[in-house]
Each structure stands twice: as structure tokens, then as C-alpha cells.
Ligand binder design. Structure first.
Ligand SMILES: NC(=O)c1ccc[n+]([C@@H]2O[C@H](COP(=O)([O-])OP(=O)(O)OC[C@H]3O[C@@H](n4cnc5c(N)ncnc54)[C@H](OP(=O)(O)O)[C@@H]3O)[C@@H](O)[C@H]2O)c1
Length: 422
């Protein structure tokens, strides 16, 4: 087989960039054999060339983006992250007719369609497999293997940090704060965990997947987002006793009119495929009209899993196996669903006997009670509580009932209300 030499300009050499350098060095011969491509880095952009980067050729490091983009490379790989200067680097590379591969979910969620359009106009390729679910080839599946399907829904665990925290809470019985500290110590959570814990990271990824799956651009803030901060060890334990596991779930559903998108903590029945996804792993269930449900599972982040996804884009583009992107100019309509589902409700109360009046108000609003429990607090610093699993009820009815219960004066704090997946 003849071998083509292919030159990569690398922007950023941090967690994923170093993983890519390591993986290319490790599997260069394999890629040559499989794809007939010999990969080589021309220049590598960093902020601080003095930093230790094991396995990286220090002679290739530069602090000048121009030297990476306009130095005869065939492709620019953007692994800087964030909106700026990454967007400017990518636009500059595209306007110089360079293929681009990126792992930048923040930028894709904000500007993905515009960047794809710019790439299509220049007749160059734009790969972003690593931007969602690290090592899981979900972008490729939506673009390729599932292209003959109308995608009906996407349901996933898209944030490894939240999944790690909820797994620790469930398996070790610890509080969210303790689980978060452990996640930070193990390197699964940022010092500032806001994007993860408050659901925005999963929302960015859901938006990217949905634009691909449903074929159009979604408006900013199209995802309804609810974080996991209010989940307590008691919620996790109550859910477990009733046969459920609490997970942060990202869900997109399309019908002929509109797409609804949501990231929220949900009680999943223990036999649900996403319930057994542990630790920092990610998983996605895609439902297509022809194929039915398909399940993807694996490492959603980390140096080598993410580098694996970046490398898959590089090799596919370098070996010219990919058609040029076709961009739909369609703007997708969004809607908020008022779904009927069961709900888990936790009420902090003065006296557990409040269970009677709470149940009565729920029934009055046609919110049936499937299970109810009253518990005394383990220590005086905590509230007594009433927990309830409702029958199938509309979100609107539950909202109205909770308003009345709050007004009734039996509560000592805010209600926690979580949906239960079927
Ligand atoms: N980490 C993951 O597991 C993961 C998974 C999937 C996707 N991603 C995405 O991959 C991208 C990279 O993430 P990462 O975790 O590898 O980030 P990172 O460790 O922070 O690395 C960023 C790299 O970019 C360089 N850099 C940052 N700002 C720069 C600037 N203004 N000029 C020049 N160089 C600059 C840094 O240089 P210095 O090294 O000199 O500071 C560093 O080498 C992000 O878009 C992220 O969302 C990450």
C-alpha cells in the first residue's frame, strides 16, 4: 500500500493535546498500515513553552498561532478549548482552506452550525467527534450509521462528573459535597464544578447531538436545564429503596412540529439501560424510526479516550473517506413538553404527620399517590421529611399542587421534585 504523508498543526497541548501526541506516537505504524497515512506534527501552539510535557518534542512548541496554521500543514487540530481565541483560530484555519478537527464543545454549542457552514463553503472538512462523549463514536454514528433513520429521541448520561458524584452518593451513601470533593481529588471534576453540576456542560453536548440528529440549528438556551445540587443522600436512599437510581439525564425528543430538550436529575428504574452506567462513564440511547433503540456506552472524557476520538476524525479526513458536509439551513422549532410522568417529591416538614394534608392536596389536584413515607430526621440539624411517589400526572398538575402545599404552611423548606423515567 502506498503511504501518504500528512502534516498536522496542533493548537493546544494540554490534557487532550498531549493524549493525541502520545496516541499518534504509539499507533503511528498501525495507522500507516490500516489507512495508508503517515501522521506528523509540524508545530504545536501552547501558552507556556516551559511547562513539562512528557513525550512532546519541545522543538515543535510555539506561542504564535500563525506558525501553526500557516506552516504548510494539511490540517489544524484545535485543542485549546473555550470560545476565544479558539473561534478565531478555527475561522482563520478554515479561511486558509485547512481541514479542522476540534474537541471544543463550548464553541460547537455556541457556533457549530456557522463553523460547519464556513467549512462547507471552503470545501474543507470539519471534525468534532471528541466534543461529545469523549471516546464514544456517537457523532460518527449519527452522521453515518444512522443516516437512514428519522431520529426520534436521544437520551443520555453526557456528563461524567455528575455521574461520578451520583454513583458515589448511591454506592458509598455520602453527601453531594463529599462526592464532589472526591471527584475533584480524583481529577474528574474542575475546581469550579458549576458547568457540570448545574447541567450546562450536558446541555451543550445535547444541543450538538440534537442539531446533528434532527438536522438544523437550535436557538441558544434551547435546553431546559436543572442541576443536581439539591439532590441529597436521603433522596438517593429513598429512590434506591423504591427500586430507582438517580441520574443526571439529557433528553431530546423530536416530533413533526418541534424538538424539546432537557437536562435534569431523573429517577430511573433499576432495569433501565442508563441506570447501570457507573462512575465517570457516559452513555447514549438513540431511538431511530428504522433501527429502534441503540445503546452506546464508554469513557466520556480523559486524555486518551478523547484523543482516540480526535484521531478517528484525523484519519478519516486524511484518508479522504468523508464526504463534504451538507448543511441544512433549517432552524429547528423548540417546545416545552408538558409530559405525563410519575414524580418523586420530598417535603421538608415540621411533623411527619403532615403526610395526611400533603396527600389530600395532591389528590385534590388529580395527582395520585403511589407510595408515601414519613421519616424523622437522623439528627436535629436536619428536617423531618415526607417522600412521595406519584402516579402518572401532568407536570402542570404537580406544579399547581406543590404551590398549594407550599401555601398551606406545613413545610419547613423547599420541595424537591424529580421526574421518574418509564
Ligand atoms: N479534558 C477532557 O477530558 C476533554 C474531553 C473532551 C473534550 N475536551 C475538550 O478538549 C479541549 C481541550 O481540553 P483540555 O482538557 O485538553 O484543555 P487543557 O488541558 O486546558 O489544555 C489547553 C491547551 O491549550 C493551550 N492554550 C490555552 N489557551 C491558549 C491561548 N490563548 N494561546 C495558546 N495556547 C493556549 C494551553 O497551553 P499551556 O499548556 O501552555 O497552558 C494547553 O496546552 C476543550 O475544548 C475541551 O472541552 C476535553
Amino acid at each position: 500500500m502506498s503511504v501518504r504523508h500528512y502534516k498536522l498543526g496542533l493548537l493546544g497541548c494540554g490534557t487532550v493535546g498531549q493524549g493525541l501526541v502520545e496516541l499518534v506516537a504509539r499507533n503511528r505504524a498501525l495507522i500507516r498500515e490500516r489507512a495508508g497515512i503517515d501522521l506528523r506534527f509540524t508545530q504545536i501552539l501552547v501558552r507556556d513553552p516551559g511547562k513539562k510535557r512528557p513525550g512532546v518534542d519541545y522543538d515543535l512548541l510555539t506561542t504564535h498561532p500563525e506558525k501553526v496554521i500557516n506552516n504548510g500543514c494539511d490540517m489544524v487540530v484545535e485543542l485549546v478549548g473555550g470560545l476565544e481565541p479558539a473561534r478565531t483560530f478555527i475561522r482563520h484555519a478554515l479561511s486558509n482552506r485547512k481541514h479542522v478537527v476540534t474537541a471544543n464543545k463550548a464553541l460547537l454549542a455556541a457556533d457549530g452550525m456557522a463553523l460547519l457552514r464556513a467549512a462547507a463553503e471552503q470545501r474543507v472538512q470539519f471534525g468534532f467527534e471528541a466534543s461529545v462523549c469523549g471516546g464514544i463514536p456517537i457523532v460518527r454514528a449519527l452522521e453515518g450509521g444512522l443516516v437512514g433513520n428519522h431520529i426520534e429521541s436521544i437520551t443520555g448520561i453526557l456528563n461524567g462528573t455528575c455521574n461520578y458524584i451520583l454513583t458515589r452518593m448511591s454506592e458509598a451513601g455520602v453527601s453531594l459535597e463529599e462526592a464532589l470533593k472526591k471527584a475533584q481529588a480524583e481529577g474528574f471534576a474542575e475546581a469550579d464544578p458549576t458547568l457540570d453540576v448545574d447541567g450546562y456542560d450536558a446541555a451543550q453536548k445535547l444541543k450538538i447531538l440534537s442539531e446533528l440528529a434532527f438536522g438544523g440549528a437550535l436557538p441558544p438556551d434551547s435546553v431546559e436545564v436543572e442541576g443536581i445540587r439539591n439532590i441529597t443522600a436521603e433522596d438517593v436512599e429513598a429512590a434506591r429503596k423504591w427500586g430507582y437510581t438517580i441520574k443526571q439525564v439529557a433528553h431530546a425528543q423530536s416530533d413533526t412540529q418541534a424538538v424539546s430538550l432537557r437536562v435534569h436529575p431523573v429517577l430511573l428504574p433499576n432495569n433501565h439501560p442508563l441506570a447501570s452506567v457507573r462512575d465517570e462513564n457516559n452513555a447514549v440511547l438513540v431511538k431511530g424510526d428504522a433501527v429502534g433503540e441503540i445503546f452506546f456506552h464508554g469513557k466520556g472524557a480523559g486524555s486518551l479516550p478523547s484523543a482516540s476520538a480526535v484521531l478517528s476524525d484525523i484519519v478519516e479526513i486524511a484518508s479522504r473517506r468523508r464526504a463534504f458536509p451538507r448543511i441544512s439551513g433549517r432552524a429547528l422549532e423548540t417546545s416545552k413538553r408538558n409530559t405525563e410522568c410519575q414524580h418523586y417529591l420530598r417535603f421538608p416538614v415540621e411533623e411527619p404527620s403532615a403526610i395526611g394534608s400533603i396527600s389530600a392536596i395532591l389528590e385534590k389536584h388529580h395527582v395520585g399517590v403511589a407510595r408515601a413515607a414519613a421519616s424523622w430526621a437522623k439528627n436535629p440539624a436536619m428536617n423531618n421529611r415526607v417522600t412521595i411517589l406519584t402516579l402518572l400526572s401532568s407536570e402542570g398538575a404537580v406544579r399547581d399542587a406543590l404551590r398549594c402545599i407550599s401555601d398551606s404552611g406545613v413545610l419547613k423548606g423547599n420541595v424537591t421534585s424529580l421526574k421518574i423515567a418509564a
